[in-house]
Design a protein around this ligand. Structure first.
Ligand code: IPE
Ligand code: IPE
Ligand code: MG
Length: 255
């Protein structure tokens, strides 16, 4: 099946997004440090307030009928930060999952984690596993948490898996196509993001969903992540609805 055919295939009823609403929204939650600096607060305070913004975003996504919300919470490159900040971010993730998991589950939210688990401490790994296991049968919003995630690293992982299959004689190199590569990504089974939002005014991808954003619409908002709220989220979706997505083809609007 080609990518185009896949996109136009009917979405199962339980997966229908709300009207005028993207199926999958991905967010680069940036600007926690600057939010704190502006207020003379330690960066940690920005990260702590950032967790509250995640809760708000999950609520809005659910209210709007968005099917998938992916949030970039720790990049493969964020290990370059001072050890104290890295440890603060790990602690916040742990606390968020511990504190919010029951609520997420009660709200029929399915949690999926993308990113490299190797290299994470065993307690974090088990918390992430538990979140996925507990919520695996939920049918509401899927909350995808990108943690220790790098888009290029993810593609390398998929290539390695394919190379292993070829070496074992289980895969003909000529059979490798978009679908076989996609199947090896952490996001397998999740439709590509329709809309990618980045806060804080930076206009770059920072190694987020490198493969999956090939045809995503990008909306950059000036607000720092801790200030992200329902109104900003809805305004980004309105902006998305004004866009004319063509996927390389032509649409009525393109004339
Ligand atoms: C986003 O805020 C959170 C993470 C990257 C984990 P930052 O910490 O990058 O904040 P700024 O960009 O320095 O303001
Ligand atoms: C991207 O933000 C990573 C996350 C939001 C988790 P960064 O703040 O790390 O990105 P750069 O370094 O400014 O590109
Ligand atoms: Mg940043």
């Amino acid at each position: 099946m080609t990518g185009e055919a896949k996109r136009s295939a009917p979405i199962p009823a339980c997966e229908q997004p709300g009207e005028g609403v993207p199926t999958h929204v991905a967010i680069i939650m940036d600007g926690n440090g600057r939010w704190a600096a502006q207020r003379g607060l330690p960066r940690f305070e920005g990260h702590r307030r950032g967790v509250e913004a995640i809760r708000r975003a999950v609520r809005t996504a659910g209210d709007l009928g968005i099917r998938y919300l992916t949030v970039y919470s720790f990049s493969a490159e964020n290990w370059r930060r001072p050890a104290q900040e890295v440890s603060d971010l790990m602690g916040l993730l742990k606390r968020f999952v511990r504190h919010d998991l029951a609520d997420l589950h009660a709200n029929n939210i399915r949690v999926r984690i993308i990113g490299e688990r190797e290299g994470l401490s065993p307690d974090i790994r088990s918390i992430l596993d538990e979140a996925e296991q507990l919520t695996r049968s939920n049918t509401g919003l899927t909350l995808v948490i990108a943690f220790n995630y790098g888009g290029r690293q993810e593609i390398v992982g998929a290539i390695r898996a394919l190379a292993r299959q070829v070496k074992a004689g289980a895969l003909d190199p000529e059979a490798i196509d978009l679908e076989t590569v996609e199947a090896g990504l952490d996001t397998h089974g999740i439709p590509d993001p329709d809309l990618l939002i980045r806060t804080s005014g930076e206009q770059r991808i920072s190694n987020f969903l490198t493969w999956q954003t090939a045809y995503s619409e990008f909306v950059f908002v000036p607000a720092f992540w801790p200030d992200f709220d329902d109104a900003i989220f809805r305004a980004a979706i309105e902006e998305y609805n004004r866009r004319d997505r063509r996927f390389g083809g032509l649409t009525a609007r393109a004339g």
